[in-house]
Ligand binder design. Structure first.
Ligand code: SF4
Length: 398
């Protein structure tokens, strides 16, 4: 929505920086008291982490995650040396786990080139070099380069004559701050905007040439989302539940989930066909057989319970999940890289995706619903018995 007129370059920048100096929020990754070279690189790490977190998440939410992250992984080296599991645990709740995985990979890439443990790991200062890191695109590279290293680096598609000049890092941050506080997508605060005199959208609106400044920027059409149907099976043994690791590429890569199978054909979405597919395709998965050690024939005769359905929306995927459960009475195999058991408590504190927690909640609700029905039936049965006893006592006394 922000469009400025080129000829008014100077007031635009001056006004914006003045407003930024007076209105910027205090954020933990904004440090101005930087003196040494190692502090600059440490700040670059903080800017990088915050920018990756902010890609899909609001500032208010990110602050807490950022502080915890920096406490757990205070340096690039600490992050590189952590396990992906620890990294995902710190990330849990922020979603889009690919971001955490890329941060981890990028840290390892940097450390592999700077093995001396005594040195602060340096981030590149140029956009083109930063873009070589996994998960760092043009915008993030521009933010790190300008904010941490004070280099002239565009964040948005603006003309060079506006980007240049002193304080390139602050200028980029002032643009971000304007977008967060004033030039917001819905009902931007144009009247109090520090650059409304230089704003082309505002001018067009005042001249009645457009109906709203919100018409800018013209939004690209989103790619069509597609539907997916799967069945997830909760396998219970004693007080534990079986999890399998997802492939290391694609959606939710390397994350733990309940054993899940695609249901591709619409005709398959009946209880009978899904149950049969779980038995014929899912329960005979090598990973499941290896940890449970239950003979295939026994697995096939297991009671499979339908616990209902839930939906979950990823960026471009609407997923329908049929939730099923079963219980096994023995499991003599050992866990491996691709499978593990987790208790309810372990699940509550683990970094499994939100979707997995939703599946488990559906299962719990189903179990609780079943218990409620059973309790009601027992109470009804007891009442009938009491009435029968009373009738029988009455007839005896007659
Ligand atoms: S005048 Fe309105 S549309 Fe233009 S930059 Fe300011 S808030 Fe955004």
């Amino acid at each position: 929505m922000l469009i400025y007129q080129n000829r008014t370059r100077s007031p635009f920048k001056t006004n914006l920086l003045k407003w930024y100096d007076e209105n910027k929020r205090v954020l933990p990754w904004r440090h101005s008291d930087i003196a040494s070279e190692s502090e600059v690189h440490q700040r670059a790490y903080g800017v990088w982490v915050s920018e990756i977190m902010l890609q899909q998440t609001r500032v208010e939410t990110v602050i807490d995650y950022y502080n915890k992250w920096m406490k757990k992984f205070p340096t690039v080296r600490d992050l590189a040396e952590a396990s992906l599991e620890d990294v995902n645990t710190q990330w849990a709740g922020l979603g889009y786990y690919r971001r955490a995985k890329f941060l981890h990979q990028a840290a390892q890439k940097l450390v592999s080139k700077q093995p001396n443990k005594e040195d602060v790991v340096k981030l590149p200062s140029e956009v083109k070099d930063l873009e070589e890191l996994p998960g760092v695109g043009k915008y993030t590279a521009g933010a790190i380069s300008s904010i941490a290293f004070n280099k002239v680096a565009p964040l948005v598609d603006v003309k060079q004559d506006v980007e240049g000049g002193p304080r390139p890092g602050d200028f980029n941050q002032s643009l971000m701050e304007l977008g967060a506080l004033v030039c917001i997508p819905k009902n931007p605060k144009c009247k109090s905007c520090p650059v409304n005199e230089q704003c082309e959208a505002y001018r067009l609106k005042n001249q009645n040439k457009i109906t709203s400044v919100e018409q800018f920027p013209v939004k690209k059409k989103k790619g069509a989302s597609h539907e997916e149907v799967v069945a997830s099976l909760i396998i219970k043994f004693e007080d534990k539940y079986l999890f399998v690791k997802r492939p290391d590429k694609g959606l939710l890569a390397n994350m733990w989930e309940f054993p899940t199978i695609d249901i591709t054909n619409e005709e398959e979405q009946t209880n009978k066909t899904i149950t049969s597919k779980i038995k014929s395709d899912l329960l005979v998965d090598d990973r499941i057989l290896q940890i449970t050690q239950i003979p295939e024939d026994d697995l096939k005769s297991l009671k499979i319970t339908n616990c209902g359905q839930i939906t979950h929306v990823f960026t471009h995927i609407n997923r329908l999940i049929h939730v099923y459960s079963t219980e096994i009475v023995s499991s003599t195999g050992v866990a491996n890289d691709a499978t593990k058991w987790m208790t309810h408590d372990q699940l509550s504190t683990s970094d499994v995706p939100t979707l997995v927690k939703k599946v488990f909640k559906q299962y719990q609700d189903h179990v609780a619903g079943g218990r409620k029905v059973q309790t009601t039936l027992k109470l009804k049965k007891r009442k009938v018995e009491e009435i029968e006893e009373e009738i029988s006592a009455d007839s005896d006394s007659d």
